[in-house]
Design a protein around this ligand. Sequence first.
Ligand code: SF4
Ligand code: SF4
Length: 130
Amino acid sequence: MHLTEKEEAAEILRISGVKADNCMQCGKCSAACPAGAKMDILPHRFVWELMNGRVNNLAASNTLWQCLSCFTCSARCPRGVDPAKLIEAVRLSVIRKQGENRLNVDELPAEIDEMMPQQALVSALRKYNK
Ligand code: SF4
Ligand code: SF4
């Protein structure tokens, strides 16, 4: 199924569960971001672009690869928006279009390190097999 750019942005927002429409563009997230100086699209703008369906612009941005996933932006947001989660969602959608970063249950080895916590496996499957 081919999605338009706006439909894809809406789908990423829906799957992320982030309430991006709470964003008031105050810029606190960007002011606190330790990697902001290297980003071409700062976190507050990232939220705006996604809200406005401009996912292709985001997919081409270096922000996806400069973000450290430190969640400072999310912690600082006074409106409970989660820019870090949105950046990760777009980053994963780009990676998955390249056919990577998927976990297939059938391809898991029969024996897994017995020290690995079960939560890690469940989390990885939730995160990487969508
Ligand atoms: S801190 Fe929150 S409300 Fe302010 S611009 Fe960033 S995401 Fe939007
Ligand atoms: S998670 Fe990414 S965007 Fe948010 S503060 Fe950290 S480096 Fe910046």
